[in-house]
Ligand binder design. Structure first.
Ligand code: 5GP
Ligand code: MG
Length: 173
């Protein structure tokens, strides 16, 4: 397996998850939260975080493809919003795995905003601010990292490594 250097150990992810849930609960309005995660990368973090909130949640999903295959961004983002669920008038929390150039998040936020949620907050597991091309930030950030290509805990390289329990720096052999 080429991806061997652990950047964020499993225990650190789990303890940050608990902190993030507390941060989010402190500012989210009372009542149900509609948690929207961007597939596939956010699925493991998104589900773990939704459960850690320990409140009445519903789930929605978007598919965004920006990287295609490999590690280079194509700059294009294709969004499939068919499994988003109802947004209008609801408190929505958008979750993604990693904020990189910002194109995916920016396009997704436009789509959600157009559907008139009561509130719209955002959370990402990781942020790579150095790589930003669009002026955008997330309300809640798990870890700010340097410009590495990472895999694990939902993140892939050509669909591999998503089920690793930790985050690793991908280093091709
Ligand atoms: P953006 O549109 O912000 O450039 O890209 C965001 C998406 O690109 C993320 O949701 C993720 O799917 C993918 N991405 C960005 N950086 C990485 C990375 O380091 N590793 C992996 N596996 N995917 C990444
Ligand atoms: Mg993604």
């Amino acid at each position: 397996m080429p991806a061997t250097e652990i950047l964020i150990p499993e225990a650190d992810i789990q303890s940050r998850l608990t902190e993030l849930a507390a941060e989010i609960n402190a500012v989210q309005p009372d009542g149900p939260v509609h948690v929207v995660m961007i597939l596939k990368g956010a699925i493991i973090f998104g589900v773990d975080l939704a459960r850690a909130l320990e409140r009445n949640t519903t789930l929605g999903f978007l598919t965004a493809s920006s990287y295609g295959e490999g590690t280079q961004s194509t700059g294009r983002v294709e969004i499939d919003a068919r499994h988003l669920g109802d947004i209008e008038g609801r408190n929505v929390l958008l979750i993604d795995d990693i904020l990189d150039t910002g194109h995916t998040f920016s396009k997704t936020l436009d789509i959600l905003g157009d559907k008139r949620p009561a509130t719209l907050r955002t959370c990402v597991l990781m942020d790579k601010p150095e790589r930003r091309e669009v002026d955008i930030h997330a309300d809640h950030v798990g870890f700010t990292i340097e410009n590495h290509f990472v895999v694990g805990y939902g993140l892939d390289c050509d669909e591999a490594y998503r089920t690793l329990p930790d985050i690793r720096i991908y280093a091709p052999e």
